[in-house]
Design a protein around this ligand. Structure first.
Ligand SMILES: C=C(O[C@@H]1C=C(C(=O)O)C=C[C@H]1O)C(=O)O
Length: 103
């Protein structure tokens, strides 16, 4: 393949990655809601260690494990921020959409 074809492949892969990250974020959001009702902390270091182990175990290459873990550190930062922002907006009395409340 030439460069233009490889770039088309990257564009398509990026669309798939965005869809998967969004799905992961929606799952983290649901966990955040369950944490709110059970008063559990947003930051769960033991769970994060398991996530890194899982990622390392399924790393097919060519990225070194450490680089993959760096990417995941950033992803998890964003997931925690999503949970915290939602908690903050609820504490500030922001109204949650009905369909979200009823999930
Ligand atoms: C999603 C969760 O909340 C946080 C985010 C995590 C993640 O994005 O994988 C893991 C642990 C928590 O620090 C969770 O507790 O599972």
């Amino acid at each position: 393949m030439d460069i233009a074809e490889w770039r088309l492949k990257i564009d398509e892969l990026d669309r798939q990655i965005v869809a998967l990250i969004s799905e992961r974020a929606a799952a983290a959001q649901q966990i955040g809601r369950l944490k709110r009702t059970t008063s559990l902390p947003v930051y769960e270091p033991n769970r994060e260690r398991l996530v890194f182990e899982n990622v390392r175990a399924f790393n097919p290459g060519p990225l070194p494990d450490i680089e993959l873990v760096h990417i995941y550190e950033r992803i998890i930062d964003v997931m925690r921020a999503l949970q915290r922002n939602e908690l903050a907006s609820q504490k500030n009395g922001a109204e949650e959409p009905r369909e979200e409340r009823e999930k």
